[in-house]
Design a protein around this ligand. Sequence first.
Ligand code: ATP
Length: 481
Amino acid sequence: MPVSHLKSLDTLVSLCKSRGFIFQSSEIYGGLSAVYDYGPLGVELKRNIQSEWWKAMTQAHDNIVGVDAAIFMHPKVWHASGHVEGFNDPMIDDKQSKKRYRADMLIEQYILKIREKGDQEKADTLQQLLDSAGTRKGLCEDLHEIIMDEKIIAPDSGAFDWTEVRQFNLMFKTHYGAVTKEDDEAIYLRPETAQGIFVNYKNVLDTARVQVPFGIAQIGKAFRNEVVARQFVFRMREFEQMEMQYFVEPGTDDGEYEKWLEARLEWHKSMGVRPENLRVSPHPEDKLAHYARAAADIQYHYPIGWQEVEGIHNRTDFDLSRHQEFSGKKMEYFDQKNQKRYIPYVIETSVGLDRTTLMILSDAYREEEVEGESRTVLKLHPKLAPVKAGVFPLIKKPELKEVAAKLDRDLRKEFTTQYDEAGSIGKRYRRQDEAGTPFCITVDFDGLEDQTVTVRHRDTMKQDRIALDQVASVLRDGIHI
Ligand code: ATP
């Protein structure tokens, strides 16, 4: 059977819209760029991914607990974390179209084009210049110089009419409460969930009876005013992160970092993602963030190329030390057994829920030729599928409808199902294939006689006849594979 995988992001974007996975935010008003809403199927898929992550990161460990911190935090948090001073992207504006670009990405794309044209030598030289930007006159100046020297034009207007390169802080600012005084500090929408964990580290230590090593996990929204945000749910301005900070004794951090990197890669595979589409990309030592001792991306081969889905970082004692300094509160841990006092190191696993959803959908997408017709099918792992079973009467006869509707009601106590009696059975199968539904149960006349139904399997399209009272256990076995 000829099978093809996902080739372009646009194909997935239209499936997501037509089947109700993901919609553009405020679409009836022309949409808000880089913000998306999840529809009926999307919300189920996202919740299933979230729940698998939560189980793997908390329930499966006796030393990892969860928190749910607020999005608003004290303004000092973002000074301590370094975000007010350092969470910037270098940007440049095209004066003609008024469009804004990330200066480094503009150069990256230019290098890619040169590479595609076959001039590897020039591409390598430019890449070296880009990698060392910031070491000559300053980051903005160095990037500006490359754009000028190479006469890089604006991708949208084709103009060569640039502003200077400026640093642009990615945090969204707002004011807090009804009365705003001139000197009130701005409140920020959090750009990462991690700080909610760091500021609660002492609270958890004092209440949850945990000992180092231990972890705190959290799922929540984060906000970044991204300069370039044109890749569907890959880069959004409002998105969701699933993060776990693991507090360890300094000296054990290298081993824990390796362990978590491995564990997280395995988790992605356990979501049904094909291993050949996953890889680990360590950050070179000279490219590490100022707080990090080691860092790696887990990358997925998206239709837009190899890109980060998750980051694993050894953040050392940077965050806790900074919060100790800025808050004046002790962040030390006392190891009673060894009579030692220290600020723990932190190994962080940080994965975007939206990017994971995009990965899962991209990886599951197939177009297959079946008996001269093409079918689109999402081969989602059954535990992630938004709908576990479609329930159909073979035709719209009252006696079949009655049994199918009762079966659907019974199954709903445990599973998400969809009752469907509209159109031919083939059309109903195709609808469920596009939604990624692993099983379709059909009630037919033969089954009325002997209390049986047929189960049709999404991936093989094979059908089995099983006893009506066995349907729930067949679904259970098929989901928890
Ligand atoms: P990138 O380099 O792609 O901007 P990052 O290195 O800034 O990502 P982190 O700060 O490490 O990302 O954030 C952890 C995770 O949060 C990322 O691996 C990604 O899955 C997710 N994430 C970050 N920014 C966005 C965004 N704008 N939209 C969707 N997900 C995001």
